[in-house]
Structures are given as structure tokens and as C-alpha cells.
Design a protein around this ligand. Structure first.
Ligand code: 8YV
Length: 336
């Protein structure tokens, strides 16, 4: 049988640098399989440390907190063969520059879908029903007892949910929201197969602006790319109905955070549930003062099971490349 052409040449036991602390079991397995350098104290790498790691390693395992831009990639020598990112989003890596240099990029899709959809659903419930505000009131000793008009929120059942980006996570959100009696709408580059649409009883909107102006809740579930940067910009945010909510557990950069905050402050958008921000970990200071927002620290995939599964995917991707084959989660620019 003819030998498969090696995709790229990497040692059998390649040198691997982890930029952050990963779950113990994953790190142990990586030490067994590869010449792995850990980041025991979990401090995010500075630019200098990142350049050093990129020059030293054959494989770099970064996360969303490492900005691997064109300058950085161009400053790297011949050693680096693979960037095996721990996470699904790859907007922190300049894919074009990596391709030009012949560096492969992989990610970890599929294993954080359900966890992320759970966080989205909990924000969809928490904001209109004022769950976090209620918890704070009780905890702070400010609850005077039940009242017929106290802590009134808005009903979820029967409301319209507009999902921006109907990929794996968007569809997992739709399944949950349907169970809560919401009617499902979506904007996506492509219309879903009619079988999936029928199952979800979902309505496709080719025009994002038309959908936004008619929804009660908008959930952002698309990747961040050049095309989706500020896709929910000033024009779109102004189209929100006064009673409607925004939920974002995808990427902060898809929404104009400053404009969103302006509209939340002025009461022209009823509330927001955010797990991601434009300049993490910094957030618009005004957001922190608002009662009508729930602010999470980017925990969409933060379950032990999810993070272990992500680590396992990273291992498989590295091992496959080391064995001379195409890794299962190879990211091509055309796929984003
Ligand atoms: C990850 C995420 O935790 O996978 C993603 O795209 O946003 C997160 O859930 C993070 O990216 C890890 O690098």
C-alpha cells in the first residue's frame, strides 16, 4: 500500500509548550507523549514569553488569552509546525499568516457545544427573570418579604428568540429554548436543512436587521471573524425593541460594547446577559453598575468534563500530526 504523504515533519515526540495550566490528567498525558513544557503558575504569557515559546516549540498550545498576530508569527523561526489551540474560537490566531509560514492550526470543536449552550440558556433565563438581582437582594438583607408587585420580570414562554449564527452551539441553544416554549428564529449565512428547521420549528431570516427588530431576545452564537466584527453595531443595536434583551456567549468583538452600554443605560434595550467582552478582562465600567445585566467571566465551556475533553482533542491533534497524518481538527481559513 502506498505510504500517505506526511502532512508536515514533526518529531515523534515533539516539543510542546502549553501557555496556560490545563487539567492535571491532560498535562500528565501530554508529558508522557510529548516533550511538554507546562505553565505551572498559569500566568498568561507576555509577548516576549510568547515569542520565546513560539521559537522554542514545535507545537504551541495556546488559548484565547494569547494573541498570535501576524507580527508574532513572522518573527518565528522554522521550528514551529503546529499551533494546537485549546478552544474552538480561533480569532486570536492570524490564520493567513500561519498558512503563509506553513504552520498548521487546530482547534477543539464539538466538545464544548452543550456546556456553552447551557450558559446561554441560563443567561436567557437569568436576565428577564432578574435571578442574579434577586439573589443579591436576598444576600444583602434587603428583602422585606413577598409582595404581589415585587421583583417582577418577564415571561420566557412564548417569546421570540433570534439566534445569530446557527452552527452547533446555535442549534443546541435552539433545542433548549424550544423546550422552554420560545419560538425560534435565526440568522445564518445559509438556511438550515429543512429537516432541522422543522425539528426546531425555526424561522430563517436572511436579513439580520429585519430579524433583530422583531425579536424579544437576541443570542449571539457565531464565530468572530473580519465579517462578524461589530456585526451587532450601532445600527443593529438601535433596531432592538425597548423591551428586548441581548445575550452574548460567543465573542465580545461581535457587539459594539460601548453602544450596547449606552442603550442599556438609557433604557432603550431592556437588559443583557454577557459572558464575553470586547477587551477581556476589561469591561465597560458602566456595565458593572447596571441591575439589568448579568456579567459572567467567560465561562461558556468551563466544566471539568468540557475542559478535559478539549485537552483530549488537543492531544489527538498533536499526536496525529506527529504520526504524519492530517489532524482531525485542522482549521482552514475557508472554514471560518
Ligand atoms: C474557551 C471559547 O474556554 O472555545 C472557545 O472558543 O470561547 C471558550 O469556551 C476558550 O476559548 C479557551 O481557549
Amino acid at each position: 500500500m502506498a505510504q500517505e504523504k506526511k502532512i508536515i515533519s514533526v518529531s515523534n515526540k515533539p516539543s510542546v509548550v502549553l501557555t496556560r495550566k490545563l487539567p492535571d490528567d491532560i498535562e500528565t498525558r501530554m508529558r508522557e507523549l510529548f516533550n511538554t513544557t507546562l505553565n505551572e503558575n498559569d500566568e498568561p504569557f507576555s509577548k516576549v514569553q510568547l515569542i520565546d515559546a513560539l521559537n522554542k516549540a514545535e507545537v504551541l498550545v495556546p488559548t484565547v488569552t494569547d494573541k498570535i498576530d501576524e507580527d508574532l508569527i513572522n518573527s518565528v523561526g522554522e521550528n514551529l509546525k503546529l499551533i494546537a489551540s485549546f478552544g474552538t474560537g480561533v480569532d486570536h490566531i492570524d490564520l493567513k499568516a500561519a498558512k503563509k509560514k506553513g504552520i498548521l492550526v487546530t482547534n477543539t470543536p464539538g466538545v464544548l457545544t452543550e456546556d456553552t449552550a447551557d450558559v446561554v440558556m441560563s443567561l436567557i433565563l437569568a436576565v428577564p427573570r432578574r435571578i442574579v438581582e434577586g439573589d443579591k437582594k436576598t444576600r444583602d438583607g434587603n428583602w422585606d418579604g413577598w409582595s404581589p408587585t415585587g421583583m417582577l420580570g418577564h415571561r420566557i414562554n412564548g417569546k421570540r428568540l433570534g439566534i445569530v449564527g446557527m452552527g452547533r452551539i446555535g442549534q443546541a441553544v435552539a433545542r433548549r429554548a424550544k423546550g422552554f416554549g420560545m419560538s425560534i428564529h435565526y440568522h445564518n449565512r445559509n438556511k438550515l436543512h429543512s429537516e432541522i428547521e422543522d425539528r426546531l420549528e425555526a424561522t430563517w431570516w436572511e436579513n439580520l436587521d429585519q430579524m433583530i427588530s422583531r425579536m424579544d431576545i437576541i443570542s449571539i452564537n457565531c464565530p468572530h471573524t473580519d465579517l462578524t466584527h461589530h456585526m451587532i453595531g450601532e445600527k443593529q443595536l438601535n433596531l432592538f425593541q425597548k423591551h428586548s434583551y441581548l445575550v452574548n456567549a460567543a465573542r465580545g468583538e461581535i457587539v459594539d460594547e460601548k453602544k450596547l452600554t449606552d442603550l442599556l443605560v438609557s433604557g432603550n434595550i431592556a437588559g443583557a446577559g454577557l459572558d464575553v467582552y470586547e477587551n477581556e478582562p476589561q469591561i465597560d465600567k458602566r456595565l458593572r453598575k447596571l441591575n439589568n445585566v448579568v456579567l459572567l467571566p467567560h465561562i461558556g465551556s468551563a466544566t471539568i468534563e468540557g475542559r478535559v475533553a478539549m485537552g483530549e482533542k488537543v492531544i489527538i491533534n498533536i499526536k496525529t500530526v506527529a504520526d504524519g497524518h492530517t489532524p482531525p481538527d485542522l482549521v482552514l481559513e475557508s472554514m471560518i
